[in-house]
Each structure stands twice: as C-alpha cells, then as structure tokens.
Ligand binder design. Structure first.
Ligand code: C2E
Ligand code: CA
Ligand code: CA
Length: 904
C-alpha cells in the first residue's frame, strides 16, 4: 500500500510538471502569434509609405526634372532661360537654391546675390552626390545637408537631376528644397498618430555609415522594428515599431491570464482523473486485500493464483497453514497484540521466502502461500516446517509461555487456467480430513514411536484439551532429559560428538547456503599433565578450557575426545582472524590450585561449504589439518585446497611405497665412497629409491619422513637392510668394497630388541657384521642418547660400525665426540659446501679431523661436488670423500659395471 501511494504521488507530480510545461509552451505560442499579426500590419503600412515616399521624391517634389528637360532643349550652356525659370521656382518659399551645370562646370547658381561665387566651379568641388548623378545618369536625392557657402546653414534636400542627351551626360540641374517642407510632404508624422515610432535613415554610399534623416523621438531602440528599403539611388530605409512595443502590457496580461486559466483547468482535470483512478484502485484493493495483514484475501489470492496457473511452464507449490487454537490465543493476548502479530506477517514471509510468492490471510490464523518454484516432497516439507516456525505466536498465560504453532498441508498445483479455486479447496479439504482423523492420543503415540526410532526433533504440541497438554509437556520434558543424556558429556556438561553431527546436519539443512567455520582444539601432550600432576589438575585444565571456549562458541561447543574440542562459529569474522584470537585466548596459562600451567594448543579449522558439505567430511578435513599441524609443528592450521593437494600427494607416495615393499619393486641405489689414501672405492652407501611410476623417483628424504610418520619406516628399513646385505654378500669382495653403509631411522633404533632384530637380519643375509656400517643422524642420537646408547653398544660389540650422519648440522659440539658410541663421522654437505668460501669452515673441518684422530674415528666428507672442493677437503686430512665429484648414487648393476671397469 505504502509503495503504491508513493508511486502515485510521483506520478501525480509528474503530471503537474507536464501540465505546467504545456501551458508555458502555449503562452509562448500565443505571444508569438500575436506579435506576428502586429508585424504583418506594420509591413502593410511600410509598403504604403515606401510607394508614397519614392513617388513624392522622384515625382512630385522633383522640381529639377522639369529644368533638366528644358536644358536639353535650350542647351546647358545658355543661362538666360535658366535664370527665368529659376525666378519662378525661387519665388516658392521652400526652394532654397537652383543651380545649372554645363558638363562639369557651374554656369548659373540662383539666387544670384547669394550664390554668384559658385559660377565657374567644378562638380568635384561639391559633394559626392553631384558626381553620383553624373555617373548613374539618374535623379539623386540627398539630404538633409547644409551647403557650406550658405551662411544660415539651413538644412535642405538636394535634388540632382542629370541632363542626358542620348547616352551622354551634358550637365546637371540641382534644386535644394527646405528640409521641413520635404519631410512634411512625406507625411511621416501620421505614423505616431497611428501609434508607431519611426526612423527614416540613409546608408551613406561612401562609407556605409547610418545617417538618420528623421525620427519622431530620440533614444529608441529600433533593433526589433519592421523596415522597408528604397534606393535614390543611395539606400534609404524607413523603420517603424509600435510605440507600446509589439505586445502591449494589456495583451501580455491577457496571455498570462489565458495560460493560468488553461493550467488550472488541466490541473483540475488531472486531479479529477487521479481521484477517479485511485478510488477505483482502492475499491479493487479492498475487494482483494486483507486489511489486517496487507496480504491477499481469498478472492484476491484466487485471482492471482489463477494468473500464475495459466502459465503452463512454471510449477506452483501451494501451502496451507492453520494455527491451531488461534482464536483462543487471540482472545488471550487482546486485539492490540493480535494486530501487531498480523501486521508482522508480511515481513516474516519476505524474510523467509526467497522465490516469488503469493500469500493470503483467510482469517482466524489461516494462511495460504503459493510459491513459484519446483520442489520435491522433501523440500516442500522442509519449507513448510521452517515457515510454520516463523509463524509462531507466543502467548503468556499466568507467567507460563505457550506457543501457537501453525500446522500445514501442501500440494503441487496442476497448471491450467481457472484451476486456482479448485486447488485451494482440495488442499484445505485434505488438511481438515487429516485433522479430523487425528486424535491427540493417536498423534502422541505416533510421536513416541518416532522418538524411539531416533528422531529427536519430535515436538509435543499443545492441545485444546488441558490434560492432553499436560501429558504432552511431560513428554517434552522427558524427551529433553533423554536428549541431555544422549548429547551431553555428563561430567563437563558440554555437547558430545553425536550432538556435533546433529547440530551440523540441522544447520546445513535449515540454510544450506549459510557458511560457518569449524574449529578443532587439541591440548598438546595433555596426558603429561595428568602424569606430572594429578587427575584433578587435568580436570581443572579441561574445565578452564571449556569456560574459555564457551565464550566464542556458546552451545556449539563439543568435546569429542579426552582433550579434543570442536566449535562452530557462525560469525562473519574471517577464519584466520578468529583462529588467531582463539589461539591467543587459549594459550594463557591455566591456574590450578597455586600452579600456573602454561598450555600449548593445536588449533585447526575448516569452512562449510567451501571445504566440505557434510559433518563427516568436515571432520575429516580437520583431521587432515591436524596431522599436517603435527608433522609441521605448526600450532594453527587452516585447511585449504593446497594442503589437501599435499596430503593427496603424500597419500599417493605412501600407497606406492607400501606396494613397492610388498611387490619388492622398491629400488636401492649405491653411492661409492672414495678412500683417499688408496685411491679406491672401499665403501658404498645404500640409498632407497621409490619409483614414481612416471620414470622418475620420489625424493628419498620425503619418502623417509612420510614412512616415519606413518609407521612404515621399520618395514622399509628391514627391506633396505636385507637387500643391501645380500648385495654386499654377492658383490662386496669382487668389487673391493669393504663396507656397506645403511641408513637407520630413529624409530628403527628405539623399538624394543632393535639390536637383536638388526643383527638377526644381517646374519640371515649371511654377511659378516664387520662389513656393515649403520648410519644414524646426529640430531637423533643426541635427543635419545640414553635409549640409543645401549642398542649401539650391542651392535658395536657384534662388530658393526656406527657412523654419525649429517654431522655439523645444528648444535654439534666437538667435545662430546669422545663420549659417543660411534666409529665414523660423516660431515654434512652444508659444511663441505662452504669450504672454499668460508675460512672458518675449513678451520672447523680441521679441528673435527684432529679430534677424530684423537678419538680414533674415521671422517667422511659428504656432498663434494667439484675438483676444487675435493682438493681443499683432502688437504684437511679426511679419510673418505663421498659426492657427485666422484660418483652419483646409481643402481646396483651400474655400480658393478663401474667398479669392475676401474679394476680392469
Ligand atoms: P644422507 O644419509 O645424508 O644421504 C646422502 C644424500 O646426499 C643422498 O640423497 C645423496 O644422493 C646426496 N648426495 C650425495 N653426494 C652429493 C653431492 O655431491 N651433492 C648433492 N647435492 N647431494 C649429494 P638422497 O638419496 O636423496 O637421500 C636423502 C636422505 O634420505 C639421506 O640423507 C638419508 O637421510 C635418507 N635416506 C636415504 N635412503 C635411506 C634409507 O634406506 N633409510 C633411511 N632411514 N634413510 C634413508
Ligand atoms: Ca647417510
Ligand atoms: Ca648425510
């Protein structure tokens, strides 16, 4: 309604503007037309004056014409006739002077007493007009001028008539007439009487200047005047314009009045039209709308639905909602509250429904909703269930909260014109048929059955019968208690794993597009707190953890495992920002009794729906992120696709590794070690090679670290040991290789009975232990020296040599060299690499060699790649060199060929 009236106000304002513009245009048009009429009138007057002035000046007043004609007969040289003729002329008051030219020379100028001195003067001595008459051979009228020899300086008009015989100019007659006389004859003063101002003006032929001859008033702007032009032979003009302007003030007022009246009439008409339209529309609305909600009433809904159904192409879903016990509830809350509730309905619908919809209120808490959207049964059910919750009406009776819920029934309409009424009727019928069938007892029984089947969403409604309602409420309480048992950790009163699944499924099914973040929090080595302190301290830590996590996660917090928690966050905050905040909040030390215990937290997160669409997948993602966090020792990991990619590659490698061990396709390559003193390869190192299936190999370091993390390194180690030993047995002697180096991983060393196990493998391969060197890395040895020392001693006792691998990485100290149960040290490539560029490294190498001499150790330098490096390192006194400079690791067959070749 509101939107409608705003639109009509806009429309009306537009109409008003349009009308005003139209009347303004009309006013201007009228004005233009009236001016045109007056201009035409002026044009007629000018036409008359043009004719009259030319006639007067060239004919009636041209006294010179008669004289010129006589001169042609009497001769221009003769003056006698001229004096006579001019006497008669001069007797006329208006004639000022008469003059005769013979050729270019004045022969007579009358009256004699005033102008005698002119005789004998030439044409050129006078004004340009005299010459003009000679050239054009026609009458020239000029004026008003004053002759320079006239002492009175009276203004006159000159009539200069040439005397032309045949084609030739013989002379000229000049007659000067009094200015006032001439102007009077022209009767210009009649113009002001007719209401016009005038201006008679000439264009000076010599310079084009405007020269005003006569006008009735000074200071008048003739820019908008009408004008007529004539030639004598210079250009003469007469301009006139009405002295009151082209439009008199009264005319202007008339035009304005006419425009205003027209505008008023049009506006009144528009207003009437609008009122008419609005009333019809309002009446139509009254007939189709429900006043309380602003939704359609039944009639309006039927018409609108019909319109939808006549379009065969789009499916229409129809829902009927009926609020049970609405009338009683409405009476309880009062009319004011009811009106508020009803008015809120359109807003709630708009909030909830995303596709185009029609809605009707049929009164007494009954609604019809139509959706233009294809839906299956499940979607319809979900939509209806959700909307029935939206339509909830809260009623408070004696401090007890009650809810009036909408029950519903829905159908998919058959399309077709005129079907709406039938569809609505059959839906409502079906609804009531169902209601009639249901007895509260039967319904409650059905719900109990659902509960048993594990559907925990069952809600026991209110019924009209008071006792049934009591029973229903009791059931609800029981249901809640059972739910509490099923979904809550009884000790810490926090959600458990099943609750995580249920909540997440509910979140996803209610709004599948709404994103959320899922966090998993793990307290690092939690068990140690229980061991170090007591179980009470462990419990206190967990309680504190739950307290801290409840703040950001509220009821979406779950304890899924001893010290592992899940939390769902629906906030829009970026996951990494949220995680950083959490991490900071959680690592603050926990106070247990008078202990302040610092915590280390592992925090991982993923997002719905970006990383997974079901609670199960999301949990798997968190587990991936968790294992990534453990292997990389990163305390916060947010799942992403790259991580996924990496985990996939790792899974691929592991898969290939286990296949290769089982099918015995795992390869072992050998890199020989140069014994400097003898110049022979006296030892080799076995290095594992896992084929990647594309002709290459996965990096050995990555394979080993994966195997270590996935409990496969023992199988791998056994495989390598067995194969390297049998290679040694078969080829060792023949190739002059005295010792085979085999790498040991820490896990191989730390399992129970590892020494026995290794010795057994070696003896099974039938190789003397004295021909085997086991290589263990320095860092591992240092970390677990107590556990390892015993094992190493056993191995050494059996004759096996132990090499300290990767020496020089990390915090190596020369001092403990003497205390370690090792025979050989292998200097890491990171040290040998710098031997040429860093003097300190050379000094270090020297002291390692010195120390090893004292302790009876052999030294191997690893990773020597160039001749220069080789020289430098050899000069430091090491016994063995291993590196690309001599040989790269190679398959067994290649090693055989290569070493045999050297011997041969
Ligand atoms: P490592 O024990 O230090 O082995 C030496 C590594 O250095 C080998 O890499 C070898 O190919 C490489 N290397 C040798 N000379 C040069 C050189 O001049 N320049 C350069 N840039 N590299 C050189 P690889 O084969 O990739 O093995 C990497 C690591 O994987 C080994 O380091 C070892 O810790 C481990 N590994 C290999 N095979 C086994 C095995 O069977 N068992 C166990 N536990 N670990 C193994
Ligand atoms: Ca090694
Ligand atoms: Ca090494």
């Amino acid at each position: 309604m509101k939107k409608h009236s705003r639109r009509s106000i806009l429309f009306f304002a537009g109409a008003v503007l349009l009308i005003l513009a139209a009347t303004a245009v009309l006013g201007f048009f009228l004005r233009g037309e009236m001016i045109k009429i007056r201009q035409r009138e002026a044009e007629n007057i000018l036409y008359y004056y043009n004719e009259k002035i030319v006639l007067q000046l060239q004919g009636t007043m041209n006294e010179a014409d008669a004289l010129a004609k006589t001169a042609l007969v009497e001769g221009t040289g003769e003056t006698e006739w001229f004096e006579r003729a001019s006497d008669t002329l001069l007797s006329r008051e208006e004639v000022r002077f008469v003059c005769l030219f013979d050729g270019d020379t004045v022969v007579s100028a009358q009256p004699e007493e005033k102008y005698a001195e002119l005789a004998g003067r030439d044409l050129q001595d006078f004004s340009y007009a005299y010459t003009l008459a000679k050239v054009v051979k026609e009458l020239v009228v000029e004026g008003p001028v004053a002759l320079d020899i006239d002492q009175e300086q009276q203004k006159v008009f000159l009539f200069l008539q040439p005397v032309v015989g045949g084609e030739s100019y013989l002379g000229e007659v000049a007659v000067a007439l009094d200015r006032e006389y001439v102007l009077e004859q022209l009767k210009l003063d009649d113009l002001p009487d007719r209401g016009y101002d005038y201006e008679l003006w000439r264009v000076e032929p010599q310079n084009g200047a405007k020269e005003v001859i006569a006008k009735n008033k000074d200071d008048i702007d003739f820019s908008y005047a009408e004008k007529t032009t004539f030639y004598l032979p210079s250009q003469w003009n007469l301009s006139i314009q009405p002295s009151s302007g082209w439009l008199s003030p009264s005319q202007q007022i008339w035009i304005i009045i006419a425009s205003v009246v027209a505008a008023c009439v049009l506006l009144a008409l528009a207003w009437l039209g609008y009122l008419h339209y609005y009333r019809r529309h309002a009446i139509k609305q009254l007939r189709t709308m429900d006043g309380a909600t602003g939704l359609y009433n039944q009639k309006g809904f039927t018409a609108a639905l019909d319109c939808w159904l006549s379009d065969e192409s789009s499916p229409v879903m129809l829902f009927y909602f009926s609020m049970e016990g609405y009338s009683q509830a409405a009476r309880l809350i009062g009319t004011k509250q009811e009106a508020v509730f009803l008015r809120s309905i359109p807003g709630r619908l708009k909030e909830y429904i995303r596709s185009p919809f029609l809605a009707a209120y049929l009164g007494s808490g009954n609604f019809l909703i139509a959706l233009r959207e294809g839906m299956n049964k499940l979607q319809q059910e979900e939509f209806a269930k959700g909307l029935s919750l939206e339509l909830l009406l809260k009623v408070r009776v004696r401090d007890e909260k009650n809810f009036v819920m909408a029950r519903y029934k829905y159908t998919r309409c058959k399309n077709g014109t005129g079907r709406a009424a039938e569809e609505m009727e059959s839906l409502i019928h079906a609804y009531y048929a169902e209601v009639m069938q249901e007895s509260p007892v039967r319904m409650m029984t059905e719900k109990c059955r659902q509960l048993i089947e594990g559907n925990n969403d069952v809600i026991f409604d209110e019924y009209t019968d008071f006792e049934m309602t009591e029973l229903s409420k009791t059931f609800n309480r029981y249901r809640k208690k059972v739910e509490q048992l099923a979904y809550f950790d009884p000790v810490f009163n926090v959600g458990n794993r099943p609750k995580y699944f249920r909540d997440t499924e509910m979140l996803i099914s209610y709004s599948p597009k709404r994103p959320f973040s899922l966090f998993c929090v793990d307290i690092c080595s939690f068990s140690q707190y229980n061991e170090l302190f007591s179980a009470d301290v462990g419990d206190e830590i967990l309680h504190e953890m739950i307290r801290r996590l409840s703040r950001p996660f509220g009821s979406y917090l779950y304890r899924i495992n001893g010290d592992v928690f899940l939390g769902i966050s629906l906030t829009k905050e970026k996951t990494d920002v949220f995680a950083a905040r959490l991490q900071q909040m959680l690592t603050a030390p926990v106070m247990a009794g008078n202990l302040s215990i610092p915590l280390q937290i592992r925090l991982v997160a993923c997002r719905y729906p970006a990383h997974g669409s079901t609670p199960g997948i999301l949990l798997e993602r968190l587990q991936s992120a968790m294992s990534f966090s453990k292997t990389t020792a990163r305390s916060t990991v947010i799942y992403n696709d790259a991580l996924d990619e990496m985990l996939r590659t790792e899974a691929h490698i592991l898969h290939r590794l286990s296949d290769a061990i089982q099918q015995k396709t795992l390869e072992i390559w050998y890199q020989p070690l140069m014994h400097l003193e003898s110049g022979q390869y006296k030892a080799v190192e076995a290095l594992v090679r896992l084929p990647d299936g594309e002709g290459g190999y996965f990096p050995a370091g990555q394979v080993i670290s994966l195997a270590e993390r996935n409990a496969m390194v023992e199988a791998l180690g056994d495989y390598v040991l067995a194969n390297a030993c049998s290679f040694m047995r078969e080829w060792g002697e023949e190739l002059g290789v005295q010792r085979m180096g085999i790498n040991l991983s820490v896990q191989q060393l730390l399992v129970g009975n590892s020494a026995e196990h290794l010795l057994q493998l070696i003896s099974a391969a039938n190789v003397e232990p004295g021909r085997i060197t086991l290589e263990i890395t320095e860092s591992i040895l240092i970390q677990s020296i107590d556990h390892a020392a015993e094992t190493l001693e056993k191995l050494r006792k059996a004759g096996i040599h132990i090499a300290l691998d990767d020496f020089g990485v990390g915090y190596s100290s020369l001092n403990y060299l003497s205390n370690l149960p090792v025979d050989i040290i292998k200097i890491d490539r990171s040290l040998t690499q710098q031997i040429l560029t860093n003097e300190k490294q050379y000094a270090l190498l020297r002291s390692i060699v010195d120390m090893s001499v004292i302790n009876d150790l052999s030294v191997v330098a690893e990773g020597v790649e160039s001749g220069a490096e080789q020289k430098m390192i050899a000069s430091a006194g090491v016994q063995y060199i291993q590196g690309y400079y001599y040989a790269r690791p190679m398959p067994g067959e290649e090693l055989i060929v290569s070493l045999k070749g050297r011997q041969g």
